[in-house]
Design a protein around this ligand. Structure first.
Ligand code: DLL
Length: 432
């Protein structure tokens, strides 16, 4: 028997679900006209009012919202409630430029708890479980999102956050934790430390892993080494944090989207045209019920496809395929979002360097390693000074990106040049 947290909603017949979505969409548009100068201007420009939304297909008459627009609205440009109604703030792990700031009213926190409780249900977690929550607590939405979900279903939560793996292993076993929540790469690191110290997992049964791309191969590896059954969870700060979608234990074949709250589309990233089931494109979300920081047709940059077929777990919520890549070339290094263009910005500040560079991403001992290979400018390469320059560049990259990178300064003209088409800047050696 599938453990469904909110059977009434999660198994709603499609026609009823779509009716609910349409009503909520109209209410959202009315609310935005009332309370959001940002969205009002854009809705007026598009000439759409709530009464123009006759069917869900009319959604496509609404304008898209991009990450750049959300960034530009920092700090409070997208907030649609008075400040005294905002109870919690989070920032996304985006690195340079303005961060993305999102807010939660009491109703938003309640919604977050609800969708995370559904995630717990999908994973088969409930009262009596001990949840080892190794997602970072802080501005990142991972830690608190899982915390609220565990509380809601009545499990015990250990708010261990990230870091100090030896201690994590000890507490996990001493306390008999049954559920591990963290990024998939960190789960593998935990497995390694257990193996290095000759400790076996005692009580683990379930893993809920996400926040970064991972593969079926990785799932098998983690499941085998930690002796648990792992599901994939997806989410992003701009929509709510974790809890947008999650796989069910029964099928592990696509992630059920909580689409009564987060209306999902997959569009062609070039044309913006909606794509049919099974076709891969960019995920776009409209938050139907968020109060503090709603988004309309938000372009996530994440690539996936949809599947409306019924699932054997009984949920009727649409499934999205696991996210394996992004429309842009953003890299996620140890959970931190890194854009190659951010690397470039830092490098171009050094007069000693040519803007000829290559970013090499690899995985060593289950952790992402970022290497930046960059050429010295003609006349600036001095054997005896290279180490010092590399260290200075590494320090600036760490400041600018929020992750450490290994820097290799090469002689002029050492990197291969691209003769046709775009330069290849990123070499990703992580075999996902
Ligand atoms: O990573 C929220 C989260 C926390 C999800 C914990 C799951 C677990 P952000 O820091 O805003 O929020 O980063 C969001 O991470 O647009 C994707 O590119 C990526 N991402 C999140 N989950 C997955 C996943 C959180 N399961 C960005 N697979 C998203 C692949 C994922 N990529």
């Amino acid at each position: 028997m599938a453990m469904i947290w909110n059977p009434q909603t999660e198994t709603l017949p499609r026609a009823e679900l779509e009716q609910l979505q349409l009503e909520r969409l109209r209410q959202l548009v009315d609310r935005l006209y009332d309370r959001s100068p940002f969205y009002r201007a854009r809705l007026e420009a598009a000439g759409v009012r709530s009464e123009d939304l006759r069917t869900l297909d009319d959604l496509r008459r609404l304008p898209f919202t991009t990450k750049a627009e959300v960034r530009a609205a920092y700090p409070f440009g997208l907030f649609t409630v008075p400040q005294d109604q905002v109870l919690e703030l989070h920032c996304s792990s985006g690195t340079t430029g303005s961060p993305i700031l999102v807010g939660y009213t009491r109703a938003d926190l309640d919604l977050w708890g609800e969708v995370m409780a559904r995630v717990m249900g999908c994973a088969g977690v409930g009262p009596g479980d001990r949840v080892h929550n190794a997602y970072g607590y802080g501005l990142f939405t991972g830690g608190l999102g899982f915390h609220y979900g565990a509380l809601r279903v009545g499990a015990t939560v250990l708010p261990i956050s990230s870091g100090n793996t030896a201690r994590q292993v000890k507490l996990m076993n001493d306390l008999g934790c049954t559920v591990l929540c963290c990024t998939p790469s960190y789960a593998l690191r935990i497995a390694e430390v257990m193996e290095e110290t000759g400790v076996a997992p005692q009580a683990l049964r379930v893993g809920i892993f996400g926040a970064e791309p991972w593969s079926e191969g990785m799932r098998e590896e983690i499941q085998r080494r930690l002796g648990l059954s792992a599901v994939d969870i997806y989410g992003l700060s701009e929509v709510i944090g974790p809890g947008v979608a999650c796989e069910c234990q029964e099928a592990k074949s696509g992630l059920h989207v909580n689409e009564d709250h987060f209306l999902v589309e997959v569009v062609d990233p070039r044309t913006g045209e909606p794509l049919p089931d099974g076709e891969r494109g960019e995920l776009v979300f409209t938050t139907l019920t968020r109060e503090a920081t709603p988004v309309v047709r938000y372009r996530t940059g994440d690539l996936s496809s949809l599947n409306h077929e019924p699932c054997r777990c009984g949920r009727t919520l649409v499934r999205m395929a696991r996210v394996t890549g992004r429309v842009d070339d953003m890299l996620i290094i140890r959970g931190v979002n890194v854009f190659p263009s951010d690397v470039e910005t830092v490098l171009t500040r050094f007069p000693e360097l040519e803007p000829q560079y290559q970013i090499v991403v690899d995985r060593e001992r289950a952790l992402d390693v970022l290497e930046v290979r960059v050429e010295a400018r003609e006349g600036f390469y001095r054997e005896e000074a290279v180490r010092e320059l590399e260290q200075r560049v590494a320090a600036r990259l760490r400041e600018g990106l929020g992750v450490s990178a290994r820097v290799t300064v090469l002689r002029p003209k050492e990197l291969p040049r691209t003769e046709v088409g775009k330069a290849v800047r990123v070499v990703d050696r992580r075999s996902l």
